[in-house]
Design a protein around this ligand. Structure first.
Ligand code: LMR
Length: 434
């Protein structure tokens, strides 16, 4: 037969060839589920009509629906018909980077006015972090990246895959459910000179705990003393206070103190552009010559990783940031989103208190941004899933964006149920409980 001739006329040889192909992937076992996207998968598979997804940090309206902001609709109307099927021009990219830098470093910042910044469009916040990690590996091969403990789970994946050594610094104190400021400063002091520190300038993910302005000043001071490099991951600008500039205050303090910094910005949450993957990685440099060199290196890294990013999102972002009226509308819409989340924090806490919960729920309202680090334990979270169909990440992080007027009482009841029974038992056993 024809095919036999083609494989050397030997059935045995052909079979052994097939076997070797089958064996090719034998050593590949399934990867563990991602701690955040895995929650969405479990939620989607649950048929219960009462289910609530408090896992992923994605904004939802009071009906629990994803939102397309009016500013995005206006920007879409403005760019409709433009020829954007090819890569966008360098001018559009530069405009987007410049506007992003103004947004985060301040429109009047010396570095921006003097052109001492370098940046490129990135695949949202994850892509911006990944580019930075690669830059760090290439140009600072023996350096360490210090993460706040805890931090967004994907930071660990990103720096691990870039093969940069990662360490933690003290950040959250589970006892006080607040910042461990003393531990944080000690870790800055004890890190090897010239280390890299990843900082969340606002709406810390996952804890919702941000340093005060005074604390940021001290953090900036001690990082400077040790010649450490501050790298800011800004995924939630606008969600802490509802005001873009206020949420960038920490970075302004660092610039005033003369730091050179880098920033990963995402427009996924504050413009609701999740699927479009638009972000920006930027650096503040000593002079414009340095900025040119850094930009060319970033372009080279991106070129080998994914070529160029999609064009539609960058047109939307540059249109929103570059058009005064649309930008003004955007800032109003961010305030509405931030206020809704803030309102849900107050209602959730109030509902738990009304139920007579003996526990202290103050942290629900003192923490800021999209997340509440609830303090719920693994077994309580398991019960929330099994008995109440309430989903959250296994560290007890609640995405407050998933809480609505319609589900807040159900949620409060569920939390009260799983914490109260444990609390009563621990009282009998004489433990400290929750
Ligand atoms: C989150 O922390 O839930 C978001 O940043 C979304 C994500 O991709 O992890």
């Amino acid at each position: 037969m024809m095919w036999r001739n083609l494989v050397g006329n030997s059935g045995r040889a052909w079979r052994s060839r097939c076997m070797s192909i089958v064996r090719r992937f034998e050593h590949v076992s399934p990867a563990p589920k991602d701690p955040i996207t895995g929650v969405t998968e479990a939620f989607l598979a649950d048929p219960s009509p009462n289910k609530i997804n408090l896992g992923v940090g994605a904004y939802r309206d009071d009906e629990g629906r994803p939102v397309v902001l009016q500013c995005v609709r206006d920007a879409e109307a403005k760019i409709a018909g433009s020829e954007f099927l090819e890569s966008v021009s360098a001018a559009v990219n530069s405009k987007m980077v410049e506007e992003s830098c103004k947004l985060i470093y301040g429109k009047d910042s010396d570095a921006v006015m003097e052109g001492r910044f370098a940046g490129i469009q990135a695949l949202s916040g994850t892509g911006a972090c990944r580019l930075f990690a690669e830059f760090q590996r290439r140009f600072y091969p023996n350096s360490h990246m210090y993460f706040p403990a805890p931090t967004w789970s994907n930071h660990h994946n990103i720096w691990r895959d870039a093969q940069v050594s990662a360490r933690n610094f003290c950040y959250y104190d589970p006892q006080s459910k607040d910042l461990n400021f003393e531990g944080l400063i000690n870790d800055i002091k004890n890190a090897p000179e010239g280390s890299f520190f990843l900082l969340h300038p606002c709406a810390h993910n996952p804890t919702g705990v941000d340093p005060t302005e005074e604390e940021w000043r001290e953090i900036s001071y001690y990082l400077k003393v040790k010649n450490h490099f501050p790298f800011f991951d800004v995924a939630y600008q606008g969600f802490a206070s509802g005001v873009m500039d206020k949420d960038a205050r920490a970075i302004h303090i660092f610039l005033q103190d003369g730091h050179l910094v880098a920033c990963a910005q995402s427009f996924a949450k504050n413009m609701g552009l999740y699927g479009h993957r638009v972000g920006c990685l930027s650096f503040i440099c000593d002079d414009s010559k340095q900025a040119v060199a850094i930009k060319s290196q970033l372009q080279q890294i991106a070129r080998a990783m994914y070529g160029s990013p999609p064009v539609h999102g960058v047109l939307l972002v540059s249109t929103i940031l570059g058009d005064q009226a649309i930008k003004a509308l955007w800032t109003e819409e961010i305030k509405i989103m931030a206020d809704r989340i803030q309102g849900m924090r107050a209602t959730l806490r109030e509902s738990l208190e009304k139920l007579g919960s003996p526990l202290n729920w103050e942290h629900i309202t003192s923490q800021v941004g999209m997340f509440c680090y609830s303090g719920l334990k693994a077994e309580q979270i398991d019960r929330l899933v099994r008995e109440f169909h309430v989903y959250m990440t296994s560290d007890g992080r609640i995405s407050m964006a998933g809480v609505t007027t319609g589900n807040v009482n159900y949620l409060a009841n569920a939390i009260h149920e799983v914490t109260n029974s444990g609390y009563e038992e621990s009282q009998i056993l004489g433990e400290s409980g929750f």
